[in-house]
Design a protein around this ligand. Structure first.
Ligand code: Q9C
Ligand code: ZN
Length: 347
């Protein structure tokens, strides 16, 4: 497997996220990815590559140009407010909700941060754009490597920040650019007529779903914690079938907190059956390992050895496949669990 790893992921290094009225240390840290790299190197899994420069035009076909411009300039705008802001991260504090206008981007910086985000857990830092753009490049390069079926069957975008909560014009859930959506779009543009995205992160892939919700050429399937109790709460229910040309091309499989590997596998099989019926030319797996029993912010009960079986099952689909790296916050075990998926996949 070709593994495009993000050499500048560490430039995204948030200080704190808001949780229950307090600023607490970020869960989504650079160490997470270093553990994965260490595990892959130690076990001799995959071939590591650095990405080429990001294709900004492709990024602007998935994300709105005004959102991309906002992300690219956010740090300079923040420092322009006050040079002392260099010691602080950007967190939103005001949002346009129901009935507010989304068609105007106020010139006030705090207002624009709110317009383009949906939570206060995702600090935007001095290096966020650089890290996210290089991660997007990993996803696009991974897609181009497997497209057409002449190269390797699978490739991975091993990057952070993660992507599946980022929508066409919003960040949140530690995500800024949607790497899985970018990979799917790159596969489409490289000739795949139908692409399926299977999201197995603990949290619903609300960004990916919303990006493709009205498209019939990209099937989105997500197995996740029931949003009645689990983040991101406001999307990811079973009655979200897609809309317009996308009707029937979204499948949510919410599961109760506490679900173990047997219960999770049943939902996975339902998702795989839907993918089989869709007959995609390529597959994107949004791989979060926050389904792990030891994850500090999630509530499924998968064990490390289970990830070997997950990888083996996904390989049986026999499709050109791109993995993107999403969540997983039991920092030391993230490496083992991701390496297990890839080892299981390689067979
Ligand atoms: N105190 C991903 O897994 N809220 N994002 C957690 C914990 C946000 C997870 C609150 C969780 C976002 C990519
Ligand atoms: Zn997650």
């Amino acid at each position: 497997m070709l593994i495009f790893h993000n050499p500048v992921h560490g430039k995204h290094d948030g200080r704190q996220e808001m949780f229950r009225g307090r600023l607490v240390p970020c869960h989504e840290t650079p160490a997470r990815l270093e553990y994965v790299l260490d595990a892959l190197r130690e076990r001799g899994i995959g071939t590591l590559r650095a990405p080429a420069a990001p294709d900004l035009d492709l990024i602007r076909r998935v994300h709105s140009p005004r959102y991309v411009d906002f992300l690219q300039r956010a740090w300079a705008d923040w420092i322009a407010l006050d040079p002392a802001n260099a010691e602080l991260d950007i967190l939103p504090s005001v949002w346009p909700v129901r009935g507010f206008r989304h068609d105007i981007a106020p010139s006030n910086f705090a207002a624009r941060v709110g317009l383009f985000s949906f939570d206060s857990g995702s600090p935007l830092t001095s290096g966020t754009w650089e890290a996210a753009a290089a991660g997007a490049a990993c996803a696009i390069d991974a897609a181009r490597a497997v497209a057409g079926g002449h190269g390797p069957r699978a490739a991975m975008a091993l990057t952070r920040p993660p992507g599946h909560h980022a929508g066409a014009d919003f960040f949140g859930g530690y995500c800024f650019l949607n790497n899985a959506a970018l990979a799917a779009q790159a596969l489409r543009e490289a000739g795949a007529e139908r692409v399926a995205v299977l999201d197995i992160d603990y949290h619903h892939g609300n960004g990916t779903q919303s990006i493709f919700y009205e498209r019939g050429d990209v099937l989105t399937v997500s197995v996740h914690g029931d949003p009645t109790t689990e983040y991101p709460f406001f999307l990811g229910y079973a009655d979200e079938p897609g809309q317009g040309a996308g009707l029937g091309a979204n499948l949510n499989l919410p599961l109760a907190a506490g679900t173990d590997f047997a219960g999770w596998t049943e939902a996975l099989e339902q998702g795989l059956a839907a993918i089989g019926r869709f007959q995609p030319d390529a597959l994107v797996i949004a791989l979060g390992v926050d389904t792990y029993e030891g994850d500090p912010i999630s509530k499924f009960k998968l064990r490390s050895a289970d990830y070997l079986r997950v990888g083996a099952r996904l390989a049986r689909l026999g499709l050109p496949t791109v993995f993107t790296m999403e969540g997983g916050y039991a920092v030391a075990e993230v490496g083992t669990n991701v390496a297990n998926v890839l080892e299981g996949y390689a067979g």
